[in-house]
Write a protein that binds this ligand. Structure first.
Ligand code: CMP
Length: 231
């Protein structure tokens, strides 16, 4: 049996809200690569990723895709149309088998008004998104495609275990996915990754892209006035 409190955003709601809204939630399992929100659609439900993962993509009429985000368990999508009633702003597809809970917009808004902590969490998510879009706009204004690729690799990377100073991106994204994340073309990504490999700054292992000298990549971005904070 699924419980409304299995939805991370709602895990702290009162018992009263829990019983009031439990029947508004529908649960469904999806396979990989299923479209769960279609850009331009007039639906307004909010979708919660209980398990699995989804990708948010903006698809231009020219067919060009921009990846806006990849979200795992505990995340949710569809809150924008639920809040303003406008058409869906992006496509959302499952990346793997996923369990998704769905709540109608009216119940979502009602719950938000009754539960200040939930409301605060949604506001924080929206502010986070503005910050990340601001960063993206700055990167497009100040950095070349090559520098945006370095920035994206650094952001996706984690310290490589047992290799002091190195970082790795695992699993390695395809060149097409990297291109869609940075708003460039696959050929540009392939060319720049090969150049990095030749310079000894990048190594491809079976399960990862290894950034051999992340500091060097960061200093190449800083000529564009930006740096990626590696924590
Ligand atoms: P909605 O517009 O209802 O449907 C598409 C959803 O994609 C949207 O709500 C958000 O949940 C999500 N989305 C839209 N833009 C972004 C973005 N820039 N970053 C992350 N998620 C987004």
């Amino acid at each position: 049996m699924s419980d409304i409190k299995d939805i991370v955003l709602f895990s702290g709601i009162s018992d009263e809200s829990s019983s009031r809204f439990a029947t508004a939630v529908r649960w469904r399992n999806y396979g990989a690569d299923e479209l769960i929100i279609d850009i331009g659609d007039e639906s307004t439900d909010v979708l919660f990723v209980v398990s699995g993962a989804v990708r948010v993509i903006h698809r231009a009429e020219t067919g060009k895709d921009v990846i806006l985000g990849e979200l795992g368990p505990g995340s949710y999508v569809g809150e924008m149309a639920a809040i303003d009633g406008m058409a869906r702003s992006a496509n959302v597809t499952t990346l793997q088998n996923s369990r998704i809970a769905t709540m109608p917009a009216a119940s979502f808004m009602d719950l938000l008004m009754r539960e200040p902590e939930v409301c605060r969490a949604v506001l924080r998510l929206l502010v986070d998104r503005i910050r990340s879009l601001t960063r993206r706009i700055s990167e497009h204004a100040y950095l070349t495609a090559k520098q945006r690729l370095f920035a994206e690799l650094l952001r996706l990377s984690k310290p490589r275990p047992n290799h002091e100073g190195q970082r790795s991106v695992s699993p390695p994204p395809t060149h097409q996915v990297l291109a869609e994340r940075i708003g460039s073309r696959r050929e540009v990504v392939s060319r720049e990754l090969s150049a990095l490999e030749k310079e000894g700054l990048l190594e491809k292992t079976r399960g990862a892209l290894v950034l051999v000298n992340p500091g060097e990549l960061n200093s190449r971005i800083s000529s564009g006035g930006l740096r990626v904070d590696l924590g």
